[in-house]
Write a protein that binds this ligand. Structure first.
Ligand SMILES: [Zn+2]
Length: 464
């Protein structure tokens, strides 16, 4: 997800699951009772005395780490981490890996969409404390004394390695793209592993940060943080959150989005922010999907709702379904009039709509799941099904034009912004198709795709 952090400068964080920034708006805070509850399963630092001193050898052999495969079996898998320093996991993607060396049970973690949160909560420890604490040395580097394996699945070392491997893969696919003048170098991120719980408690909100990971932007660096999962989550899904590589490749997808589209990430209006937040989540899901081999993608157990029986976050799944208080919900991931209206409507209408029918479309991961499915299906229709790198190039080309749109057309309303942004993907595909002699769609086939994926716009777009 993406939220505006409670900082004087504009910082952002993107979580993998649960809660969008709008939920934390001051006038809506009372509605958030418990965002995520659960008893955190703590990481353990397995080699507390691991001290490499001046000796900083590189891994030259495959390192075994624990990860969950697509069938949810926990298996020890080998990965080649050559050229990675044992002290801090430095690589082209990660500058260093750190863990919180203090008991963080009683510490707090805050974010908010409005500055006034700052004064309200400033006596508590806010996320900016990460930066300060890092500088003060409270976060320590993770070092590795057993490159050939032997770490327990629930160890800090294993969590860091598992996240690191997925981040490296997402970085690798980006590095291999042919982007021409659009191409940008990605900053290295810092990787944080938090062994215990982040909690926020006040009169209105009780929030435990478990079962999640996030990307965040600071003035001097970007980070991906690995949070613990809850015992309940593990029990229900029979897997550990941090052993699912799709999560961390997804977070790195936010890093790519931020690099190419900082204005789109943080547009002037709340309405555009909400729409682009969904774009950001969908983009990150697609980066994760294209970066990883099939068995290591977004795990089917990672869903929009714990009540769901189907892998609704999977970019190839055409429907969203889950249980709500009002009963089961199921709908197609397409831009029909209803979805367009919800996504582009005013926020008041949105909240009401959600309350009365239980649909949760304003939730950025849910609108993200729609964009991810629609764009992927569209690119398949244009003949790129077997070419994930090409799809990534097309997505980034789209992102670059989205950024331009946000800068040049900042006064667009939500409906106009949504339509133009979606239409840009078609333009991008048409442009690249003719430029590269790739599949040229017959007007009939293109019309079919528009009817299937964008029924709300078919009359308007169908004829050209
Ligand atoms: Zn996300």
């Amino acid at each position: 997800m993406q939220i505006k952090l409670m900082l004087t400068s504009c910082l952002m964080a993107s979580f993998f699951l649960s809660s969008c920034g709008y939920m934390l708006k001051p006038n809506k805070r009372k509605e958030v009772k418990e965002v995520s509850i659960g008893d955190p399963q703590a990481f353990e630092l397995q080699d507390p005395d691991c001290d490499l001193g001046d000796d900083k050898p590189k891994f030259s052999k495959a390192v075994k780490i624990w990860m969950v495969d697509q069938a949810n079996n926990l298996r020890q898998q080998s990965f080649d981490l050559s050229n990675v320093s044992r002290a801090g996991l430095e690589s082209a993607a990660v500058s260093e890996a750190l863990y919180s060396s203090e008991d963080v049970d009683s510490r707090s973690f805050f974010y908010a969409g409005k500055d006034r949160y700052l004064s309200k909560f400033k006596d508590h420890k806010a996320l900016h404390a990460l930066e300060q604490e890092h500088d003060n040395g409270i976060f320590k580097k993770i070092s590795f004394c057993r490159p050939n394996g032997g770490y327990r699945a629930e160890s800090i070392e294993n969590a860091a390695l598992a996240a690191f491997v997925a981040i490296n893969e997402a970085n690798k696919i980006h590095k291999g793209l042919t982007l021409g003048s659009d191409g940008k170098a990605l900053n290295k991120i810092k990787l944080f592993v938090h062994p215990k719980l982040f909690a926020r408690e006040n009169d209105y909100v009780k929030e435990y940060h478990v079962d999640n990971a996030f990307w965040a932007n600071f003035p001097s660096f970007q980070l991906i943080a690995v949070l613990p999962h809850s015992k309940e989550w593990e029990e229900a899904r029979k897997l550990r959150f941090w052993e699912t590589p799709g999560v961390f490749a997804h977070e790195y997808g936010h890093h790519i989005f931020h690099t190419y589209a900082p204005f789109a990430e943080n547009p002037a209006s709340e309405e555009l922010y909400r729409i682009n937040n969904g774009f950001n989540e969908g983009f990150a899901d697609l980066v994760s999907y294209f970066s990883l081999s099939a068995r290591r993608r977004l795990n089917p157990a990672l869903m929009l709702s714990g009540e769901s029986k189907s892998p609704n976050r999977d970019v190839t799944n055409s429907t969203i379904s889950y249980m709500t208080m009002q009963g089961p919900i199921e709908y197609e991931k397409i831009y029909d009039s209803n979805i367009v209206s919800i996504l582009g409507a005013t926020e008041t209408y949105l909240i009401d709509h959600v309350d009365s029918e239980g649909r949760f479309l304003q939730e950025c991961h849910e609108s993200g799941a729609i964009i991810a499915y629609v764009f992927n299906t569209l690119m398949n229709g244009y003949g790129y099904e077997k070419n994930p790198s090409k799809k990534m190039e097309l997505l980034i080309s789209w992102l670059v034009s989205l950024e331009r749109q946000v800068i040049l057309e900042r006064h667009n309303g939500p409906q106009e912004h949504l339509e133009k942004s979606l239409r840009k993907m078609l333009t991008t595909l048409d442009h690249h198709g003719s430029k590269e002699g790739a599949l040229e769609l017959t007007p009939g086939k293109k019309k079919e795709l528009i009817e299937e994926l964008f029924p709300h716009y078919q009359r308007k777009w169908g004829n050209n």
